[in-house]
Design a protein around this ligand. Structure first.
Ligand SMILES: *Cc1c(COP(=O)(O)O)cnc(C)c1O
Length: 223
């Protein structure tokens, strides 16, 4: 396996290049290492290489690593979250990337002891298999959360369909950005909604050119 430091420096170079293409600053990009496939040892290697944001998609994987690593890093929960499991993780994670329904928002609001930073997951491409709210329902969904004092909508998240040529999903990223811009303009107190969590191993360079602020990279970074 290639060491994480080498992968990281390649990815950082690609991030710099994508930022240059789009006239953006690399400082505006948060790199989240998705460690769902790897061991705690490999995760620690990533931290030693300079990673300070980790992403997990299942409660079990998250808790196993959180129990060792604690708050050395920012924790991102990126997978679909069952309402009945919210209480097990909600006060340990720093960001939830997968808020996609009212019942989940209700449970988070009830169980959290402080406002939680949430990304609303959007199903931009309309694929049946994908989680997330359809684009034309996102604004009313976000507005409906205004009374939930423990929910803060910090941005939108999407997973692009898997394609051979990532250029084919550029329009998905662009749509998410347009939607974000529309929401930001409304200046909703509970939903600053400034950020875009989009881009994975195969398409992060395109996502950054289209405005991603948080990229979630697993296989190309930690293996
Ligand atoms: C697994 C996963 C990733 C990382 O995928 P890679 O293609 O390995 O980079 C990103 N986001 C979510 C939601 C995931 O489940």
């Amino acid at each position: 396996m290639v060491d994480v430091a080498t992968n990281l420096s390649n990815i950082q170079e690609n991030i710099r290049q994508a930022c240059a293409n789009a006239n953006r600053s690399p400082e505006d990009i948060r790199l989240i290492a998705v460690t769902k496939y790897v061991t705690i040892e490999r995760t620690k290697e990533a931290i030693n290489a300079g990673i300070d944001n980790l992403g997990e998609n299942r409660n079990e994987g998250f808790l196993e690593k959180y129990n060792e690593i604690q708050n050395q890093v920012n924790w991102h929960f990126i997978g679909s979250l069952q309402s009945r499991k919210v209480k097990d993780i909600i006060n340990q994670v720093d960001f939830i990337h997968s808020l996609d329904r009212k019942s989940l928002a209700k449970e988070i609001n009830k169980r959290a002891t402080h406002p939680v930073n949430c990304f609303v997951q959007v199903n931009v491409s309309g694929e049946e298999s994908k989680h997330g709210i359809f684009p034309d329902e996102v604004i009313s969904f976000i507005k409906s959360l205004s009374g939930y004092e423990n929910i803060k909508i910090v941005g939108l998240m999407t997973m692009a369909p898997h394609v051979e040529d990532p250029e084919d999903v550029r329009s998905v990223f662009k749509k998410l950005r347009d939607l974000r811009d529309e929401i930001t303009k409304k200046e909703l107190p509970h939903a600053p909604c400034e950020w875009l969590s989009m881009g994975m191993s195969n398409d992060y360079h395109i996502a950054i050119e289209e405005g991603a602020t948080h990229v979630r990279i697993g296989s190309k970074l930690v293996g």
